[in-house]
Structure formats: structure tokens, C-alpha cells
Design a protein around this ligand. Sequence first.
Ligand SMILES: [Zn+2]
Length: 231
Amino acid sequence: MDKLLNLEKDAYFADRDSAYVDPYYGLKKLIYGNKRFAQNKSISPRQTEADLKNTKLGQKPFATIIGCADSRVPNEIIFDQGVGDLFITRTAGQVMAEASYGTIEYASVALNTKLIVVLGHQSCGAVDAAMKLPENPPGHVVTLINAIKPATIKAKQANLSDSEELDLAVTANVVEQVNLLRNLEPLLSRRFESGELLIVGAVYNIESGKVEFIEETITSLPKFKNMAYND
Ligand SMILES: [Zn+2]
């Protein structure tokens, strides 16, 4: 992955405009930002009062994040990004339904954001709840359980300890969601296949502060139109 993304060992910064144009560069920007956060070197960019009140330029977020609603996973903080950088939709277990799809498509079509990251996290309560398969989940919680269930079934087949099983279910859930978006008709699937959009998955580790991108969602991607790193 380091070679694919052209990651420099001692680098911590990537240019914002390049990240908006090239999704691979955007990925690099997120990786460097998370590296700053995990190493206690955050710079909290573009977060002044002036940044917050600046409406003249509109918005050009370089990444869409589909993350968990968990209060311990604040996206701008863990990626060390600022106002106008990330377009975010969050639900428990980052489960998606019609309104989320519309939100994600809007970012792609109207804002021209080329990078989508599905971000799961270690110790996810929603995935844990789905692992236990409660018989009568309260109210609409059943929607979350049903959406996460296929990943938990996969994880249970692996014969691991409880915590390893949960980690595996978290990753499997992200991979399922990445595949769902890559195949989502009519917009995202076409944009992904034609190389206009990069859709990848990652898992955030609350203890270490590190975001690990899932290898199988990074490799074997379609060639990108604007790609600088396609060999
Ligand atoms: Zn969660």
C-alpha cells in the first residue's frame, strides 16, 4: 500500500488542492493526518473562526466519510482535518439506507468529491450488538442489526476468541459496505467502474488512535482517469 500511494516515510503533510483533484492523493492526506493525530502532532488545520464563517468559496470536501455515530470517533479530529475538508455521514455501525445513499451521491455529483471512505472502528457497540443477535431489538435498532448480520455470521464461522471475532466482524462489515457502495446503482457503480471515484474501507483503533486501511479494498482497483499512482 505504501508504494501504491507513494507514501513517504517521514512525511506528515499533503496538499489540499491536490487531494481534491486526485483521490489517491486524498487518501494520502488522510493517512498523514491520522499519523499526526496518533503521534500527538495534530495541527488542527482550517479551524479558526474565519474558516468557520467563510461561505464565499462554497465547499470542496476532498473526502466523503461514512462512519459510525460512536462519540469516540470524531472524524475531523482523528484525521486532523478542518472545516470544508470532509463530507460526513454517520450512523451506528455506519449502516446505510436511502437517505445516506443520497447524501453520498450528492457529494460525488454536486461537490465532485472523488474519495469515499467507509470507516469502521474497533469495539463498535453496534457490531457487538449484532454479534449477540438479540431476539427483540428495541424499535428501529432492528434495522442496524439486520444490516450488520451478514458480517457477524461470517466472523462467527472463523472460530476465534470473542474479541478477535468482534474485530473480524468489524472489518467484514466495512468490506460488505464498501462492496455495497461500489455496486450501488445508478450513480456510484458507474463512477467507480469508470475510475472517477475511489471507494475504500478502513478501521479506526480507539486505543492506538491509528486508522488502518483495509488492504483488500485498496488493491485491484479500476484505473483512474486522473491517476498519478497507477503502477
Ligand atoms: Zn460503532
